[in-house]
Design a protein. Structure first.
Length: 90
């Protein structure tokens, strides 16, 4: 892991540092070694009880990311994709 990161210009340090620290922790865990975007992870925000769904990118070694789908539109889209395997919602 990098010892020091440079935050994007204009991004406040109190926002950027926690995000970068979290990204470094996820990179260290390497979830793409055992998961792909076909695996969905359900999350519930303890403060709001809001449902969120996450998936992992990186099993093809092209893009490494954790995607979190939240709110009605994001949850509808990931549910549609997971249940139909098909393109955009019309």
């Amino acid at each position: 892991m990098p010892k020091k990161c440079i935050l994007p210009r204009g991004l406040a340090a109190e926002i950027g540092r926690p995000l970068v620290n979290l990204a470094q922790r996820v990179a260290w865990l390497e979830p793409w070694e055992s998961m792909s975007d076909l695996h969905l992870i359900g999350l519930r925000d303890e403060a709001t009880s809001e449902l969120q769904v996450a998936s992992i990118l990186g099993s093809l070694r092209q893009v490494f990311a954790v995607l979190i789908y939240r709110c009605d539109a994001g949850l509808r889209w990931i549910y549609h994709l997971a249940t139909t395997g098909g393109g955009p919602i019309r």
